[in-house]
Design a protein around this ligand. Sequence first.
Ligand SMILES: [Cu+2]
Length: 210
Amino acid sequence: MKEHANTTSRSSLTFVGSGLIIGLVLCATLVFATYSTLVAVFGLPKVQTVHAAVKEQHVQAHLDIVLGGNPAHKDWPTYEPTSLTLPANSLVTITIHNYDLGDTALPTGSPFSKVQGTIGGIATADGISYSNLDIAKVAHTFTVMQMHLSVPIPGDAPQGASYASVTFSFHTGAAGTYTFECFDPCGTGATGWMGPMMMKGYMIGSITVQ
Ligand SMILES: [Cu+2]
C-alpha cells in the first residue's frame, strides 16, 4: 500500500512539473512571437546617441561712434551705447558704424594701428578686410585691454556714405566686467588725450560678460 501511495504522488508531481514546463515554453513562445511581430512591423528599436558637443553661441552686437552724442559736449565723440552685455565663452561679432568721420593720426609707433585679438587677426571695413591701418587713417580704436582685443577704426567712409562700417569677431572669455576704450588721440587738449578720452560715457565704456 505504502509503495503504491508513493508512486501515485510521484507521478502527480511529474504531471505538475511537466505542466509548468509546457506553460513556460508556451509563454516564451508567445513573448517571442509578439516581439518578432513588433520588430517586423516597427523595425528594431534604435539606440539613441546623445551628442555631448555643444555648439558655441554666436551673438551680434552693434555700436555707433557719433559726435556730440552727449549734449553736454557737442564736439566730443561718443560710443553709443557705452555699455554692452555679452554672453561668456561665446563667439561675438561686433559691427561699429563710425559717424565721426575724419582722421586723427595715431602717434608714430603706436601699437593700436594693428588689429589684435579678433578671429583671424582681421577686421572688415565696408567689405575690405584689414589687419593693420596706416596710422594717419585712424579715427578711433575699439580696445579692450583685458581681452587683448584692439581694432583701429578708419575715419574714411565709402564715397557718399555717412559712416564707415567696421565688423570683427572674437571669443568672449570668462564672465566679468571689462572696459572698452579708444586709444586714438581723438579727444581735447594739446595731445588729444583729454575730455572724452578720460571720461566714462564718451570714448570709454563697459562690457559685462555673463
Ligand atoms: Cu576715439
